[in-house]
Design a protein around this ligand. Structure first.
Ligand code: ZN
Length: 309
């Protein structure tokens, strides 16, 4: 948002449009009339007796209907919906400030006098307010509220407030990187091995039991001493789940997460490559490979079909 000057300068310029007309004065194309009321009530399923018979009034929510020009437009409006230069300038200023997107947010109506068949209406509209700069989920921009006043002669019949958000669309976030493993003193050797494309299994030097994940001591004999053996890379799918929900930003569901039993007997959680998520099966033979993610992250994964890619 640089080209329109500094932010306070921009906001001052936007505020200057408050109170200026947003539409030139219009005259209702038809007087308020019973056939249009009837069509409206039929379309809405509104059987209120107040809207029929010799003393009928128009449904108040029809207020805007009487101001509409239809496909052929209103006389005196040259196909631009009667928008004023001031309103076009305001929108252009917002475009120039980067707020090139628009969304209608809400409208409010206020009813002051019932409209009856035969009433001839006029209307005008004003730029009622331009908000402070707001950030929404859609992006950052300004709410612009216009207020249309609908008149019968000197009587104000109702008002129709219409609000839009002109905004600069929020940048779509790039897919976040895959989560990093938590590396600590107990498992640093495992991740160092992975970095070197070696899958190391901890082995208790007291009783020879293999273990994964890495632990500071042996669950079998309690011995704190250990060394490692390098996995052959052969394994089978011991179990798996297919994750549909909840979605995690770095992953695109659905995908399979498998518990792989290594030929050495320990099991580890990993991904299975080379197969659609719904084709993973218990007992499939898999082979270890090392996959790089986001340049600096290496993870052990398992591919069905033997040959490393
Ligand atoms: Zn042991």
């Amino acid at each position: 948002m640089a080209s329109a000057g500094s932010l306070p300068d921009l906001e001052k310029r936007l505020k200057a449009y408050e109170g200026r007309p947003s539409a030139v004065v219009g005259v209702g194309k038809d007087p308020v009339n019973a056939p249009m009321i009837r069509h409206w009530c039929e379309a809405m399923g509104d059987n209120n007796p107040a809207y029929a018979g010799p003393d009928a009034i128009a449904p108040p929510t029809m207020l805007q209907v009487w101001t509409m020009g239809g496909l052929s437009g209103l006389s005196g409006h040259s196909g631009d919906n009667g928008r004023t230069k001031a309103y076009d300038e305001l929108l252009a200023l917002l475009d120039e400030a980067g707020c090139t997107s628009v969304v209608a947010t809400d409208c409010e109506q206020e009813y002051l006098r019932a409209l009856r068949p035969g009433d001839e209406i006029t209307f005008d509209a004003v730029i009622e307010s331009v908000s402070e700069r707001k950030t929404t989920k859609l992006g950052t921009g300004y709410f612009v509220t216009t207020r249309m006043d609908v008149w019968v002669g000197e009587d104000l019949a109702g008002t129709h407030r219409f609000r839009i958000l002109k905004y600069a669309p929020a940048r779509r976030q790039e897919k976040p990187p895959r989560p990093r493993p938590v590396v600590n003193r107990d498992n640093a050797g495992f991740w160092e091995g992975v970095r070197q494309h070696r899958l190391l299994i901890q082995r208790c030097t007291g009783c020879g039991t293999l273990r994964h994940p890495w632990l500071p001591g042996c669950n079998t004999c309690g011995c704190p001493d250990w060394d490692t053996v390098e996995a052959s890379g052969e394994g089978t799918v011991y179990s798996y789940v297919v994750l549909h929900h909840p979605p995690f930003p770095a992953f695109t569901p659905p995908y399979a997460v498998a518990l792989i039993e290594l030929a050495e007997g320990v099991r580890m959680i990993s991904n299975v490559l080379g197969l659609a998520y719904d084709k993973v099966r218990i007992g499939q033979s898999v082979r270890l490979e090392f996959q790089s993610y986001n340049d600096d992250l290496v993870l052990p994964v398992f591919r069905v079909g033997g040959e490393a890619a």
